[in-house]
Design a protein around this ligand. Structure first.
Ligand SMILES: Cc1cc2nc3c(=O)[nH]c(=O)nc-3n(C[C@H](O)[C@H](O)[C@H](O)COP(=O)(O)OP(=O)(O)OC[C@H]3O[C@@H](n4cnc5c(N)ncnc54)[C@H](O)[C@@H]3O)c2cc1C
Length: 404
């Protein structure tokens, strides 16, 4: 039997797999794709996904953008691989493969000398990694982006290439199709329990009672990653945090508008003929989202976003609100940075979690890295040990300065 999303609905089997992946959206599907397709992993790989429509996955509700502008070198490397992956889709997935990549760049603005110093430090990291980003002072911004109000700006950093936006559904579809074609199996079910014997995970149990014994378990449960880790008795401070996205139209054109990040934290970018925008809620109001709370926070648009947009881009003084949606960030409360790799004691449980708003663009790179780790027992093309669980256990944050 086949589910809505093409998942095989295996019934009544006492299954076993070499690798079980919990969550089949961008990250889980990418791990499965790289493992089966690129690494030629001969073992059985089962991806367990509770919702084959992916309607509430962070992947499909995201702003689907990719940037090189991070402060953690490994995040830049993951993004460089991500953009290369997007540019070379046809060589992997065939001539029709296309995610509609618009290479419009990001423009991250600073309003103070301190903010400018952070941008400059981040830029140095990006340049050292080979990312094509460039710094501007206020005069340079005014000359390069004539539609921008620059009076209160200190600096900006722009990605001349390697940054932009794309269709998340299409990327997910390619990864899933590619993984399945290479032999990964997608199973419709909810992982409700994880069995452990000492320092090893031995099986998962699904909500409907099915049991799948496993040699390795990958946590790719996105915003639910903390809940899944808890099933194995392991703490992981990754939780769902609601983020609203608003769609509007504007009569005037803003030629060459990149994904613009205002010093207030408000972001905006083109989306076809329209625009999308958003902002994180104030810290004191930002807590764990209810599992079923996908109601956009309209007050953010009226009270924070629109005033900021209108003063930053005068053309946005006259805009028409169109619609909104909300999704859940896979938010890591320790440091808003990823947790990737094996648990130090429970070594056959691997994390690929906590991306806190930048996990879609990193899905190809993380998928490849985790697949290499599973297949070879270590980091290969990219060393992600900096994201290891050890810092979680020690409560030692790895601060990413460029969080949006
Ligand atoms: C509004 C918004 C904007 C964003 N913008 C961007 C952006 O511009 N660029 C970017 O790179 N990232 C962005 N992100 C973040 C990005 O979407 C996520 O980091 C990324 O999609 C995480 O992928 P994932 O596969 O780990 O998680 P998800 O896509 O959430 O997938 C996890 C899957 O696990 C399944 N699952 C959970 N628990 C279980 C269980 N117990 N059993 C079985 N299945 C389970 C879920 O159904 C889900 O399909 C944004 C996120 C949001 C919400």
């Amino acid at each position: 039997m086949v589910g809505v999303g093409g998942e095989v609905l295996v019934e009544g089997l006492g299954e076993s797999a070499d690798v079980v992946i919990v969550g089949g959206a961008a990250v889980g599907a990418s791990v499965a794709y790289f493992l089966k397709s690129e690494m030629g992993f001969a073992g059985r790989v089962i991806v367990v996904e509770r919702d084959p429509t992916y309607a509430r996955s962070a992947t499909t509700l995201s702003a689907a953008s990719i940037r090189q502008q991070f402060s953690t070198p490994e995040n830049v490397r993951l993004s460089l691989f991500g953009v290369d992956f997007i540019r070379t889709l046809k060589t992997r997935f065939g001539a029709d493969a296309d995610v509609g990549f618009r290479e419009g760049g990001y423009l991250i603005l600073a309003g103070t000398a301190e903010g400018a110093a952070v941008l400059a430090a981040n830029h140095a990291v990006q340049a050292a990694e080979g990312a094509d980003t460039v710094l501007y002072d206020a005069a340079g911004l005014a000359a390069r982006f004539p539609w921008l109000a620059t009076d209160d700006l200190a600096a900006g950093c722009f990605g001349r290439s390697g940054e932009g936006w794309f269709d998340a559904h299409m990327l997910l579809s390619l990864l899933r199709t590619g993984a399945r074609a290479a032999g990964a199996e997608f199973l419709h079910g909810t992982v409700a329990a994880i069995e452990r014997v000492g320092a090893r995970v031995t099986a998962v149990r699904l909500a409907d009672g099915r049991r799948i014994a496993c040699g390795m378990l990958v946590n790719a449960a996105g915003p639910q990653a903390g809940d899944v880790a808890a099933l194995a008795g392991l703490p992981l401070a990754v939780e769902p945090r609601k983020r609203s996205v608003f769609v509007f139209r504007c009569r005037d054109e803003v030629p060459g508008l990149p994904l613009l990040v205002d010093p207030s934290g408000v972001y905006v970018r083109p989306e076809g003929e329209a625009f999308i925008c958003g902002v994180s809620p104030p810290e004191e109001e930002d807590g764990r989202a209810g599992d079923d709370d996908f109601e956009p926070d309209y007050a953010l648009f009226d009270e924070v976003i629109w005033p900021a947009l209108a003063s930053r881009v005068p053309a946005f003084e006259a805009i028409r609100f169109e619609r909104a949606w909300a999704g859940h960030y896979d938010y890591h409360t320790l440091d808003q940075n990823a947790v990737v790799g094996p648990h130090p004691e429970v070594g056959n449980l691997l994390f690929a979690n906590g991306f806190s708003g930048h996990g879609l663009q990193h899905a190809p790179g993380v998928g490849r890295a985790v697949a290499e780790f599973i297949a070879t027992g270590g980091w290969r093309t990219i060393d992600l040990s900096v994201f290891g669980y050890e810092r979680v256990a020690a409560g030692r944050p790895l601060i990413e300065q460029a969080v949006i």
